[in-house]
Design a protein around this ligand. Structure first.
Ligand code: GDP
Length: 470
């Protein structure tokens, strides 16, 4: 991972967002310390909902899990003191810059220091600036899935996380309708712009999950949806027009665990096991305001222990470099220890002691959504948006999608070999050959040997007349 060009910027929250192609993604790491542009302000605005569509299904798929270690992107880790607790998300990048023809990067010119003035440079230290500018111009995209039993506060949390109202037109089903309802997949897309940085955020919801009397197959529609997105991407990138591929792969799945049980329920274990090789699962403990601090500690320990016992591979934060400073290592450990993140959601602003904030008003007091003492909401949002969004995308691309792709290619190769074998059989049969041809199922090594032998036979048959005529 590249780690150069420490330009004098304390933090650059959204510099980690999506970069689509590999080369850009790699170069993006160089961008994390890029400074904000001066003299610039954008109004934070939210676009209205653009689409909402139910999706069909394809067959399930179970690829293997490769081992995968990554290193941590230091300056991406935000702390609560670095970012304001209330108010809209903020980033500090824009396309505007105090430019001049001689110094195209204005005051963010990496050659700007006094000791650089009398040295000779080619100028490629501006590459990160170029990548930064290009990616900001292109915009970013992120797809987040929320899954878990209905009523656990998924939609409320999404609204709280992204300060939107994504579920305005949601139709609530009555008990009877919910029993007969199957798991449906809905997609909401919003375009959010902050400080000149555009983010296309897609939220994939799973209404109906866990609502049936028998929930043994609740995970299937979700697995099918994720596979479908991989399949579409695989088709698109294997096609002729690869320039404007729509990437709908799911980058992260927030899995909601009920605070009212005793740890994970069988349905939770089954869901996570069916999905952990396809998507980055981040478990969250819903409605944390219904638990005391002691209950939260016990519940977290139990869930962590069960995740380990059932071999569930949830999203792993990238490894911390050994040369990182102690404070950073501590923050990293704190983030790891917070899993499952406790969350509180609210669609309303409440007023208390002269300030207004998202919270829940109870007869005995007020819970603040963004108060780190009340829940891990801020840690989760910082992790999702400010510090690990790019990593979630990288793991999706490099691990989950790669698994799917490898499996697809393997299946295709098998099909081709089988097809060749069948056509060879037909050819041999047509020529009244009496060679015995095995037709039962074979393993891949045998398949390869058979293929080689088939090739030899074909060559031999082609060469035979020449040989005979000599
Ligand atoms: P969904 O079906 O999972 O999307 O759940 P909703 O977001 O519709 O929430 C269901 C109910 O739970 C609503 O009445 C919410 O106001 C309430 N709710 C949402 N989040 C919380 C929370 O953090 N704590 C508590 N106590 N209630 C919540």
């Amino acid at each position: 991972m590249l780690r150069c060009y420490n330009l004098p910027n304390p933090c650059h929250p959204l510099s980690s967002l999506a970069i689509e192609d590999c080369e850009d993604a790699e170069l993006a790491y160089t961008m994390r310390d890029l400074p904000p542009r001066a003299g610039h302000s954008f109004p934070g605005c939210e676009m209205p909902m653009m689409e909402r569509e139910p999706d069909g299904s394809t067959r399930p798929h179970t690829p293997g899990t490769p081992t995968f270690t990554r290193s941590m992107n230091r300056s991406l880790l935000g702390s609560e003191t670095e970012f304001p607790r209330r108010g809209p998300l903020s980033s500090m990048s824009s396309l505007d810059s105090p430019l001049s023809p001689s110094r195209p990067w204005g005051r963010f010119d990496p050659y700007d220091s006094a000791e650089d003035q009398d040295k000779e440079y080619v100028g490629f230290a501006t590459l990160p600036n170029q990548v930064h500018r290009k990616s900001v111009k292109k915009g970013f995209a992120f797809t987040l899935m929320v899954a878990g039993e209905s009523g656990l506060g998924k939609s409320t949390l999404v609204n709280s996380l992204f300060l939107t109202d994504l579920y305005k037109d949601r139709k609530m089903l009555n008990a009877e309708e919910r029993i007969s309802q199957t798991v449906e997949i809905t997609k909401h897309t919003v375009a959010i712009e902050e400080k000149g940085v555009k983010l296309k955020l897609t939220i994939v919801d799973t209404p109906g999950f866990g609502d049936a009397i028998n929930n043994t197959e609740s995970w299937r529609a979700v697995v099918d949806y994720i596979d479908q997105q991989f399949e579409q991407y695989f088709r698109d990138e294997s096609g002729l027009n690869r320039k404007n591929i729509q990437d709908n792969r799911v980058h992260c799945c927030l899995y909601f665990i009920s605070p009212f049980g005793h740890g994970l329920r069988p349905m939770d274990v089954e869901f996570m096991k069916m999905l952990h090789e396809k998507v980055n699962i981040v478990p969250v403990l819903a409605k944390a305001d219904s638990l005391t601090p002691l209950e939260i500690r016990k519940m977290k320990m139990k869930i962590r222990e069960e995740i380990e016992r059932f071999d569930i591979n949830i999203y792993q934060f990238p490894e911390c470099d050994s040369d990182e400073d102690e404070e950073f290592k501590l923050q990293h450990q704190e983030l790891k220890d917070s899993v499952p993140f406790t969350v509180i959601g609210s669609n309303v602003q409440v007023e208390s002691q002269g300030s207004r904030f998202r919270g829940r008003q109870y007869p005995w007091g007020v819970v603040e959504v963004e108060n780190p003492v009340h829940s891990d909401f801020l840690k989760l949002r910082n992790m999702l948006v400010r510090t690990h969004m790019q990593d979630l995308k990288d793991v999706t691309r490099e691990m989950h999608y790669e698994n799917y792709r490898a499996q697809c290619i393997q299946n295709m190769t098998r099909m081709v070999v089988r097809e060749r074998k069948r056509s060879l059989c037909n050819r041999l049969r047509d020529s009244a050959s009496d060679l015995p041809v095995p037709l039962m199922p074979v393993d891949s090594e045998t398949e390869r040997l058979i293929w080689e032998k088939d090739e030899e036979v074909i060559h031999l048959r082609l060469e035979l007349p020449i040989f005979c005529s000599l």
